[in-house]
Design a protein around this ligand. Structure first.
Ligand SMILES: O=C(O)CCC(=O)C(=O)O
Ligand SMILES: [Fe+2]
Length: 299
């Protein structure tokens, strides 16, 4: 999830109204309502969506990986602007399936993936994982630049339906003190150039297993961590239209034997399947030697 540059010219928000709260849903989830709210307001919280078991397994696997690679997760892109955006006290990891196999259960979580597929259905014939990131905001981190992840696809028009959607899965509590994600409800439908004012930003509280859903064209950013000792840990999953270039390059981040070990559904999300619009008179994207890229995992 990464875009740094602001769009040129940002007229002030004349309306000056406070942001609506982020709606919270509880089990049993009313998925029609979740879809409607996230399509229009752009964001919602699903409480207790992800079960304890995969979360704890993921936590153990990632802790083991961090123990073995203690300096690997701090930003070192070579660009000071990008490193500041990523957070100098924030540990981040991509290529998660190779570091923590439990990531597969998060990426393919039926509640999260089903929601992503439904929201993206109007704009594609299949979805891709755009990125799966471990993001741990450390004590004394400052707040991240408020941005739209969709600005990474600068040249793609924004419309009523998103081209990419995000799910932030909480592994620890998220609150105003330790850097809960800041979101601006409704900003997905704002015209270009309008920037959020502070009073339009909300920071929903999350407990482990809660998931913050938001369209990638909703303004958001990591919060400041003002605690001396509490880490805010989450996994940020994003899914995009199958014809859009994902933010994370999973073909390079994941060794082929890792991709060969995941389910067909996860392999498809990683790009080992064509995006086929021939049924509607369109074409095919993502071929391997003119055919199904999934062959490279079977051969
Ligand atoms: O960590 C967060 O809460 C959000 C991070 C984010 O939006 C990003 O890195 O693009
Ligand atoms: Fe972001």
């Amino acid at each position: 999830m990464s875009s740094v540059a602001p769009r040129a010219s940002a007229p002030a928000n004349a309306a000056g109204e406070a942001a609506p709260d982020v709606p919270r849903f509880h089990a049993p989830f009313d998925w029609d309502e979740v879809d409607e709210v996230t399509r229009t307001l752009g964001t919602a919280v699903l409480t207790g969506l992800v079960e304890e078991e995969p979360l704890e397994r993921f936590g153990r696997e990632i802790d083991r990986w961090l123990d073995l690679h203690p300096d690997s997760a701090l930003p070192d892109s070579g660009s000071p602007v990008y490193d500041t955006f990523m957070g100098r006290r924030t540990a981040r990891l991509q290529g998660l399936l190779a570091k923590a196999p439990a990531t597969a259960d998060l990426i393919a979580h039926p509640g999260i993936l089903g929601w992503a597929r439904r929201l993206l259905a109007p704009v594609c014939d299949g979805v891709l994982l755009s990125a799966a990131e471990f993001i741990q905001i450390g004590p004394r981190e400052s707040r991240q630049y408020t941005h739209r992840d969709s600005d990474a696809w600068w040249f793609a028009p924004r419309g009523p339906d998103p081209l990419c959607v995000n799910a932030m899965v909480a592994l620890t509590p998220f609150d105003e003190r330790n850097g809960a994600t800041r979101v601006v409800p409704g900003s997905c439908l704002w015209p270009d150039g309008r920037r959020p004012m502070d009073r339009e930003v909300v920071q929903p509280r999350l407990d482990p297993g809660d998931v913050l859903l938001f369209r990638a064209d909703v303004f958001h950013g990591g919060g400041a961590n003002r605690t001396p000792d509490r880490f805010r840990r989450g996994v940020a999953l994003s899914y995009c239209a199958g014809w859009l270039r994902p933010l994370e390059n999973s073909f390079l981040n994941l060794p082929r034997q890792v991709a060969a070990g995941v389910s067909d559904e996860v392999a498809e999300l990683l790009g080992y399947r064509i995006h086929d619009s021939t049924g509607r008179g369109g074409g095919i994207i993502g071929t391997y030697e003119y055919g199904d890229p999934g062959r490279v995992l079977r051969d």
